[in-house]
Ligand binder design. Structure first.
Ligand SMILES: Nc1nc2c(ncn2[C@@H]2O[C@H](COP(=O)(O)OP(=O)(O)OP(=O)(O)O)[C@@H](O)[C@H]2O)c(=O)[nH]1
Ligand SMILES: [Mg+2]
Length: 302
């Protein structure tokens, strides 16, 4: 065997972009399973989510990141810290842009993101996402040209992550850009993050889907117990953290019905993910202004 045919490639790939562009949807499409939570609301992802994609010759270690914004809370500062750290670690960067928004603006320049890319000069692929929702596809052409002229991107590609269109082509580009190196994880590893992280995310996702206005943003989830059992159901207890008593009342609902529904829905998602029967207990706790409180944030893992 020649050296080039036997050598493996391995890359850390940071997925970055504005809130709601479809970064987490893309990660899930790549992995063929739902790992990172997705909601119609911006700022769904708050921490890094690792997903590992392995072929015979290449391993791509993806990091899904929170949407880039100008931080207003200490929590959002942490979120942007995750983006920075992910860009530092990355061998290859994927920038996801909502093509509908870009067409509307007739511009892809990004005053927050582009300086971050320029500082690092890593091989970067620009992904125009949500092409399925763009009526006139050729409206994306001037944007492609702008991407080329910027000199920031090794390649630009148009995809629809939600229905897996051209995701394979993106993967081929990323495999091409990956440097030679040994695999870091076993070929069948999907993530190196613990199950309790994903369980917390699934509970948070239900809150994002079921509640409106500020409630999803004022909420976080802390897993307080995670007992794996050889036989019978696993026991998981989680605190749903909110900022105010009024929010607590809404989450619990009249006679506890709202919280019961959250628990029901989250339990089903968790059982499907763990392939395991689960007994899930939820408690709602008020921690005022947790999004700005250093100690509270630390205890929630930010
Ligand atoms: N039509 C269409 N919608 C999409 C596509 N990809 C993602 N979406 C939708 O866009 C919304 C946001 O998707 P996410 O994957 O959560 O976006 P994100 O970039 O991870 O968002 P944050 O975590 O908030 O930064 C969801 O409602 C998705 O269903 C796509 O290819 N086409
Ligand atoms: Mg996300």
């Amino acid at each position: 065997m020649t050296a080039s045919s036997s050598a493996t490639k391995c890359a850390t790939v940071a997925i970055v972009g504005r809130p709601n562009a479809g970064k987490s949807t893309l990660l899930n499409a790549i992995l063929g399973t739902k790992l990172s939570i997705v909601t119609p609301k911006p700022q769904t992802t708050r921490k890094r989510v690792h997903g590992i994609y392995t072929t015979e010759s290449t391993q791509l270690i993806f990091i899904d990141t929170p949407g880039i914004l100008a931080p207003r809370y200490r929590m959002q500062k942490s979120m942007m810290g995750y983006v920075d750290a992910s860009l530092d670690e990355a061998d290859v960067v994927v920038v996801v842009v909502d093509v509908l928004k870009a067409v509307e603006r007739k511009d892809i320049t990004d005053s927050l993101l582009w300086p971050m890319l320029e500082r690092r000069k890593k091989p970067t692929v620009l992904v125009f996402n949500k092409m399925d929702a763009l009526g006139v596809r050729k409206e994306a052409l001037p944007l492609m040209e702008q991407a080329r002229l910027s000199g920031l991107f090794a390649k630009a590609i148009a995809i629809a992550a939600a229905d897996n269109t051209y995701v394979e082509d993106l993967l081929a580009i990323l495999c091409e850009l990956a440097p030679e190196g040994p695999f870091v994880f076993d070929a069948d590893t999907l993530s190196d993050q613990p199950e309790r992280f994903f369980v917390g995310e699934m509970i948070r996702e239900v809150v994002f889907h079921r509640f409106k206005d500020e409630i999803p943003y004022a909420t976080d989830v802390s897993i307080v117990e995670f007992k794996e059992r050889e036989e019978g159901k696993w026991y998981i207890a989680a605190d749903i953290i909110v900022e105010r008593d009024t929010q607590k009342a809404i989450l619990i609902g009249a006679k506890g019905t709202a919280l019961k529904r959250v628990g029901e829905e989250a339990r089903q998602a968790i059982e499907a993910h763990l392939e395991q029967g689960v007994y899930l207990e939820l408690f709602v706790k008020v921690r005022s202004d947790w999004r700005n409180d250093r100690t509270q944030l630390a205890s929630l893992g930010y």
